[in-house]
Design a protein around this ligand. Structure first.
Ligand code: MG
Length: 174
């Protein structure tokens, strides 16, 4: 099945954080805590997807209450956010079962080696433009946007557009 055909079936998105929802850089503060940067356009698309009833899950090896708050504020349920995950493939298998997610209808977007295993478990694995080569090799779709620079919005918007769920605005009459 082609990428475009698969877009019609998607009802669930699973995103990594560092390098996908962020550009992968962290500002290390004196106390050892880390500051990340997220993208407002990604945020808009996440909120819109939640409003339209899509299921969104977060699986990250990192741990940050700030990241969690931001994502909860965008409408992602706290119980859908998994942090400090050591083995993403294992967690993903459990998640598919416990939340009764149909892998045929799921997108996973990751950028690095820890994402390789969970990506193999879904029908539509994808990645940002600056993902590592191993991840690109198993991605059905490589976004034209980099991590933290709109790749999340890109895949959300593509799915919602083909399903008629995107906020279409008429640029002439807007
Ligand atoms: Mg990552």
């Amino acid at each position: 099945m082609s990428f475009l055909e698969k877009l019609h079936d998607i009802s669930c998105f699973i995103f990594d954080v560092d390098g996908v929802l962020t550009d992968g850089s962290v500002h290390v503060q004196e106390d050892g805590s880390l500051l990340r940067t997220m993208n407002i356009k990604d945020g808009y698309a996440i909120r819109h997807a939640v409003d339209k009833g899509y299921a969104i899950f977060i699986i990250t090896g990192g741990k940050s209450t700030g990241v969690q708050s931001r994502l909860v504020n965008l409408g992602i349920p706290k119980e859908n956010i998994f942090m400090a995950v050591q083995e993403k493939g294992k967690l993903m298998s459990e998640l598919l079962k416990s939340k009764k997610i149909d892998p045929e209808k799921a997108v996973y977007m990751g950028d690095d080696i820890p994402d390789y295993a969970p990506m193999r478990l879904v029908n539509l694995p994808c990645c940002p433009k600056d993902a590592v080569p191993e991840v690109k090799a198993v991605s059905q779709y490589v976004s034209a946007f980099e991590g933290g620079k709109g790749c999340v919005r890109d895949i959300l918007e593509k799915v919602m557009r083909v399903q008629g769920n995107w906020n279409e605005v008429d640029p002439v009459n807007f």
